[in-house]
Design a protein around this ligand. Structure first.
Ligand code: S3P
Length: 174
């Protein structure tokens, strides 16, 4: 395990980082935190509102602040991240990076199948335009892969199965 012994979940919007984190917590002694949740409480507004009121650049500055705090102050924690958090320069110093991977079309299908699909799409400003979102996916996927210590293909798997696979792989990696 790397410094800090944190597990960091990275991956595209809607891939299931939050759901898998919740299952991981049931299977381990980890406590889970989420970078978007931290930003929402720092700003006392939703991510969507941060984007509309203050812009994406400001949001990325908040992600940077969070990443510096994580590196300095957080240990033995499961950290799920927003889909663009991987760009933080110090991410490798925060812990073991696990990529949750799935093809773009499967991710969109997964979101649309959810009972709260409309809400899930609405709360993500960068998923508003699916053509642009696909371009963003294509641009990011190689970067996600090159950063990841561990890759889990989550396509058509339950969150619980992904969580179990992740724990097995993390143990082998340590
Ligand atoms: C973003 C992903 C979102 C959120 C913000 C920007 C991105 O998080 O951080 O809307 O750049 O991919 P999720 O990956 O949890 O949707």
């Amino acid at each position: 395990m790397k410094n800090n012994d944190n597990i960091i979940l990275i991956g595209f919007m809607g891939v299931g980082k939050g759901s898998i984190a919740r299952e991981l917590v049931k299977l381990s002694d980890y406590i889970a935190i989420d970078t978007d949740d931290l930003i929402e409480s720092m700003e006392n507004k939703t991510i969507k509102k941060v984007f509309t009121d203050d812009g994406e650049e400001y949001f990325r500055k908040l992600e940077k602040k969070v990443s510096q705090w994580l590196e300095k102050s957080v240990k033995h924690t499961l950290i799920s991240t927003g889909g663009g958090f991987y760009k933080q320069k110090n991410i490798k110093n925060i812990g073991t990076i696990v990529l949750l991977d799935s093809p773009f079309d499967s991710i969109i299908k997964r979101i649309k199948a959810h009972p709260n699909a409309v809400k899930k799409l609405k709360k993500r400003p960068l998923l508003k335009d699916l053509i642009k979102a696909k371009e963003l996916y294509e641009e990011r996927r190689p970067e996600y892969l090159s950063l990841a210590d561990i890759v889990i293909d989550v396509t058509n798997k339950s969150a619980m199965d992904c969580a179990k696979e992740l724990l097995k792989k993390v143990k082998k990696y340590v």
